[in-house]
Design a protein around this ligand. Structure first.
Ligand code: ZN
Ligand code: ZN
Length: 422
């Protein structure tokens, strides 16, 4: 049973919440334009600052952004996004496994044996995704029979692919042309090791084998008959291995839990040792149930020292270049924060609120602009700032800090940060 003497901490991330001034909002950012009474109330009570997730001017991915926020340096431990997606999809990984993100896609075979890409997403709507993943899960790569191939469907046209065996490397290039080329790319080794060379060969052979199996499948025959695009290959990207890092428990001696909808966030959370909670209604999409998430977080706090609460729709709205939608999603986020703070003991809880990167609604892309950061709790000295936004938090007491400092800051506030020195 939890002891009430232990202080608790929550890290709340609104994905891609930062933005740039938008002309249509009279030069305000969506965060500045949004109504956010709960966030402003916490800003008034707490300390604020600007956060450079990786370092100033470097646009983070969501994976490297979250690793930094959890206190890890991605430059030391990050190889690719694949393993986080795989963990988030519920697969278990060995340290020697190489994991990829995959897209079911539509290709045609050109006469030089390369595959021309017709649609990178096989029409995107792919209700047969799980069936197709099952067809290729466990397949044997003809010249590498000892390599295990694990395929798991995630959402829509997306899947994860894991290669398991000896002598593999993640230093290989994608087969996914990412819209920059019109055919499936040949995976190439990215360093001089025999492991990279072999793994690239395995991936190329695997791609041909997947295409062979999917082309013959009754699922695709049915899709073709119905006038739908065939899902006849898998494009691979983001090869990576699990980072070799100590868990948050090992570093801080805390028990940790994650409340998130999207697979990637659950995956990064699992990689640092968090217990990933299943929350009905937490979808990672615009319709995500923020009250369910707030309640799950408050409940998790009864049995864990630290909870990571993730909110995705702010990033999605910015990728859709829809600042009005982003404003609405920030207001939804504010409601989640309001619900949560009403359910927990604020006298024994510290909360940090920020994002994992700026996502500009103007370009739909992640940028390296710094993010507002807010830390509130009984040990925090308040500052003059009373608004949670990019410009307001620039005047805060925390100044400019790096993403990797958030976790030590929060752990220090609950007296869990180990002393450096003697
Ligand atoms: Zn993100
Ligand atoms: Zn994003």
């Amino acid at each position: 049973m939890p002891t009430h003497t232990s202080e608790k901490a929550i890290l709340i991330i609104s994905d891609g919440v930062g933005d740039r001034p938008i002309a249509a909002l009279q030069g305000k950012t969506p965060l500045e334009a949004a109504k956010k009474p709960a966030l402003n109330k916490l800003a008034k009570k707490g300390a604020t600052g600007l956060l450079h997730i990786l370092s100033p001017g470097i646009p983070p991915g969501s994976d490297t952004g979250h690793l930094s926020l959890f206190g890890y340096d991605p430059r030391d431990c990050y190889t690719g996004r694949g393993p986080f997606e795989a963990l988030g999809a519920g697969l278990d990984l060995e340290p020697t496994d190489v994991a990829f993100r995959g897209n079911f896609a539509t290709v045609n075979k050109a006469k030089d044996e390369t595959f021309g890409v017709i649609d990178r997403r096989a029409g995107r709507n792919l209700p047969e995704g799980k069936q197709l993943a099952n067809l290729i899960n466990g397949l044997k790569v003809p010249n590498y029979p000892k390599i295990k191939v694990i395929v798991g469907h995630t959402v829509e046209h997306r899947c994860v692919v894991v290669l398991s065996g000896d002598g593999l490397s993640s230093a290989i290039s994608d087969t996914d042309p990412h819209g920059h080329a019109d055919s499936v790319l040949t995976s190439m080794p990215l360093d001089d090791t025999p492991e990279a060379k072999t793994t690239a060969q395995i991936v190329n052979e695997l791609t041909r084998e997947i295409s062979r199996i999917l082309t013959q499948s009754p699922v695709n025959a049915k899709r073709k008959k119905a006038g739908l695009l065939e899902a006849n290959t898998v494009l691979l990207r983001g090869a990576g291995v699990l980072p070799e890092i100590p868990s948050l428990k090992e570093i801080y001696g805390i028990s940790t839990a994650c409340v998130a909808g999207g697979a990637l966030y659950k995956g990064v959370a699992r990689a640092v040792g968090m217990e990933v909670l299943t929350v009905p209604g937490a979808t990672g999409s615009y319709d995500t149930n923020v009250e369910a998430k707030a309640k799950a977080t408050a409940n998790a706090l009864k049995t864990h020292d630290f909870v990571f609460l993730h909110f995705k729709p702010t990033d999605s709205a910015a990728h859709d270049k829809d600042p009005q939608k982003k404003i609405a999603m920030i207001e939804k986020f504010d409601h989640m924060v309001d619900t949560l703070t009403g359910l927990i003991d604020m006298n024994h809880t510290h909360i940090a609120i920020t994002g994992d990167h700026t996502t500009a609604s103007t370009t739909g892309k992640h940028t390296g602009d710094p993010l507002p950061l807010l830390v509130v709790g009984p040990t925090i000295r308040d500052d003059e700032v009373s608004e949670f936004s990019e410009r307001a938090c620039a005047k805060g007491a925390l100044g400019h800090i790096l993403g990797m400092a958030v976790m030590p800051l929060l752990m220090n506030a609950i007296d869990r940060s180990p002393m450096y020195g003697a």
